[in-house]
Design a protein around this ligand. Structure first.
Ligand SMILES: [Zn+2]
Ligand SMILES: [Zn+2]
Ligand SMILES: [Zn+2]
Ligand SMILES: [Zn+2]
Ligand SMILES: [Zn+2]
Ligand SMILES: [Zn+2]
Ligand SMILES: [Zn+2]
Length: 358
């Protein structure tokens, strides 16, 4: 039988302990030694266990223990208590009497303790446990200081290689501290803030491979519009040829297919996003035009209103002229009447002499 029983002392102590101080059944140094009537020594707990078995017998002499008495061996207990022993835990320098051994071992700073990190099954000296769990154990939980992602010590390094919040330097313009995830936005040749950029069609065959200022790049993109478009067309056609070849040769590596598909998708999405952006600009231009037209329409309306007012004035003037004409005609008629009267007067001499006299 093994465990629980006696004191487990280091092997280096065994040659200093006499043979009669070891338990007859567990083999360790006697704990609360008891002696049977047959004269053999057991730990108290070990004898209890043996006696609970069917047909218990002394493991030293084979006599039945069923009816046998046993008693504490005080002499042996004193001998055991006075034994000089050292701590069994590696790294610990404690030594003392065996009677203090249990107390020491239970609180020994070098007692083995199981690492608390899930996935780690290592036993570590109690005094090193915190250091192991927090600094050394690859299963230790840590948080990425940039994005708060929960990681283990083992995965943190790999995570930092791809973490989108790690500040990086833009290799084109030299600006520091751009979160890695925003670098492609920053470098975007159309909407990005980067002051220097390569032609985005360089990877599709554009031979211009110099770093250009935003202004130069815009000029290059405008001047090279058709050349760039042709590069895309060639890429798409090449892609469809490749697809046919791959259908004919099914052993073609899946990885290559994926890579070319990725390149196509990237080219498409770039072209699409450029178009969408252009559409957005056109939309804005259209809106401006509509606003301008509305302004013109308003102007025309005002002119119309002014015209109407002037027309009213003109017709009022025309009315006045008409009325004046009527007055003139009436005065003409009056003058005519008077003239006829005068003529009539001069036709009758008697009347004219009367008039002369008057
Ligand atoms: Zn024992
Ligand atoms: Zn015996
Ligand atoms: Zn110790
Ligand atoms: Zn661990
Ligand atoms: Zn992170
Ligand atoms: Zn930049
Ligand atoms: Zn180019």
């Amino acid at each position: 039988m093994a465990a629980p029983g006696g004191y487990r002392v280091p092997a280096s102590n065994l040659n200093t302990i006499s043979d009669n101080l070891f338990c007859s059944t567990c083999g360790y140094v006697l704990r609360e030694a008891v002696q049977t009537e047959c004269g053999h020594l057991y730990c108290k707990i070990c004898l209890d266990i043996v006696k609970r078995q069917n047909n218990p017998a002394c493991s030293k002499c084979g006599l039945s223990l069923e009816q046998m008495e046993s008693y504490p061996d005080r002499f042996v207990r004193r001998e055991v208590a006075a034994l000089k022993v050292t701590c069994i835990n590696a790294g610990c320098g404690w030594n003392g009497n065996l009677e203090c051994y249990d107390d020491h071992v239970n609180s020994c700073p070098f007692r083995p303790m199981r690492c608390g990190n899930a996935g780690c099954n290592r036993d570590v000296a109690a005094c090193h446990l915190a250091h192991h769990e927090q600094q050394e154990c690859c299963h230790g939980r840590v948080m990425c200081q940039y994005c708060n992602s929960p990681e283990t010590m083992g995965s943190l390094q790999d995570h930092l290689e791809i973490c989108p919040d790690v500040p990086v330097r833009c290799a084109n313009c030299g600006i520091e501290n751009i979160p890695r995830g925003q670098l492609s936005c920053h470098k975007d040749p159309v909407g990005g803030e980067c002051a220097a950029n390569y032609c985005p069609f360089r990877k599709y065959g554009c031979t211009c491979d110099e770093l250009m200022s935003r202004q130069d790049l815009n000029r290059h993109l405008t001047e090279g519009f058709s050349a760039h478009l042709l590069l895309l067309v060639r890429l798409l056609e090449g892609g469809s040829h490749r697809n046919q070849e791959q259908a004919a040769a099914p052993e073609g590596s899946v990885r290559q297919v994926l890579r070319s598909a990725e390149a196509e998708i990237e080219a498409h999405s770039w072209a699409l996003s450029t178009h969408y952006r252009r559409l957005g600009e056109l939309d804005d231009e259209l809106r401006t035009l509509v606003d301008a037209l509305a302004g013109v329409a308003e102007g025309i309306q005002q002119v119309n209103n002014t015209n109407a007012a002037q027309m009213q004035e003109i017709s009022a003037l025309r009315n006045r002229v008409d009325r004046l004409e009527v007055t003139v005609q009436r005065q003409d008629a009056t003058i005519n009447d008077l003239l006829q009267l005068v003529r009539a007067v001069f036709r009758y001499p008697q009347l004219s002499s009367v008039v002369r006299r008057v």
